[in-house]
Design a protein around this ligand. Sequence first.
Ligand code: ZN
Length: 311
Amino acid sequence: MAQVLFLGGLGRSGTTLVERLLGELPGMCALGEVVHLWQRDVRDDERCGCGDRFSACEFWKRVGKSAFDGWDNVDVDRVHRLREAVERTRHIPRLASATTASAEVREYASFYSKVYAAAAEVSGAQVVIDSSKHSALAHVLRWADDIDLRVVHVVRDARGVAYSWTKKVSRPESDGTDEMTRYSPGRSALLWNAHNAAFGLLARRGVPVRRIRYEEFLADPRAGLIRLADFAGVSLHPEDLDFLRPEHADLRPGHSAAGNPMRFTVGRLPLRHDDAWVRALPSSQRRLVGAVCGPMLRAYGYPINVASEAP
Ligand SMILES: [Zn+2]
């Protein structure tokens, strides 16, 4: 049975950084955002975290061979149709209240189970990490056969998340022609509420969910990683954390299939808390996001009134 650590949360909450650090631990293999593997990799042949095209990456070649007897045997259109039918945010109430899974949910989940099992076999890792983030996918995976699912729910201050969604970020894997999606602060605030609430709901359905605050994790990544490894059932030796330095981490190349451009970083990754939003997010937008997300910000222990440091 594949042991899967699913990293969940709204995008721009720090899941890629958490995944990169976890991926350095022995016994863990980081796969990136598997939710995008079907289109961006199997179909569009974008770049793996190792820098190779997906079709040229030895790791993913072996995973495809083991899981499906080759990626050519995956019906990507079928995966898309199933995804549309079961894995949308609007489906979460139905997924959460179900006492049995539909055939479509099981079939969709089986595509993921096969990738996880093959990746565990090829890498020899005890735990594979999927940083897909999407709460609806986590609710689908609750029904997957043959996986031991544990979820790390990464929460970041909604105002920092909102600011990040307003910034332009290009997607290097598409050779610079494409940019990552942008949202207005009002829209990202609503998404922040919905996605974070969905992970609370998943925990109430009996799935092991460990919530971490990104800001706290970055303040002491060593302690954070020890806690997450423990949650994943992986035992560590002190030297396993030698890649962590006071201000940065030393990263080896990984095979992240899709996700934030940070997946391509090799070598020095700065571990600095990015609080640019405190100065750069206009106060009207800060108030808007603070009002929309207030109850949950409070529940997660964030201060509602954050003084701007701008003159
Ligand atoms: Zn690769």
